[in-house]
Design a protein around this ligand. Sequence first.
Ligand code: ZN
Length: 290
Amino acid sequence: MPASASWTIRKLFSLRPLVHPWITNVVGNGKSTFLWLDNWHPLGPLFARFGSRVVYNLGRNLLAKVDTIIAHHSWQWPRGRNAVTRDIRRATPATFVPHPSQEDTVIWNLTSDKKFSVQSAWNAIRRQHSKVSWFKIIWFKHHVPCWAIIQWLANLGRLATKDRLLKWGMAMHDQCVLCSASVETDEHLFFHCTFSSQLWKSLQKDLTFQCPFNGLPQIMDWMFQVNNGPQFSCSLSKVALAALIYHVWGARNGRIFKSFCLSVQQLEINVRTDIRACVSSWRGVKEVTP
Ligand SMILES: [Zn+2]
């Protein structure tokens, strides 16, 4: 790799050991497969296994192609008595032969049809956790993506609220910017703050559900238990919770970053208008009065 290669290129190249097992080069005539670098031999990439001595011992340059060791329909390994040559010869099955009449192909080992898919690559590299019960409260049929993302972050405790920023040494104080009366935590911001609590109660009253909790994890669990059906009322309560969190978080950010002070009344109008617009787009719904 050239010394001038960018950070991104270096990072991508550093992933080669991870990716090599997922990609197999099937040798036809060997003209487009790298002899030392690609994953075509049963031993895997030969350079990765033996290091630079494989290039030296077998007398080919680093960028040599596999066709340099193909003669007719068999392998023409360089003569030599060194250990590397012996190891490679021994690990080459008699049935593993080139097919000079065909082009080389590359196959993706993580899918049944051997074709690359982003999903298969993502599943291979991501850390998998067990499913949480509340995911259907956020990612349901009628969810609004931008609302769901903020609600998801809030539920994971990943929003940069003042109490967290202070712990990270990134805030001067931990006061809620909407009411200046309490520490800004998730629970305060969305359910206890004078700016949001009345609206949350009002939405519950209008939508005829009564949540006995004021903490987001407890609310999510409660909704999963009693409000997780396919019925219209269930979807409406889930949308209302997501809209509340999204708009309160937006109002809080507007006050911090844009010095834009939204009134409680305007917040309520915005939330209700957006819920109405959202629900009106659902097929078969004729009237909404949140
Ligand atoms: Zn507050």
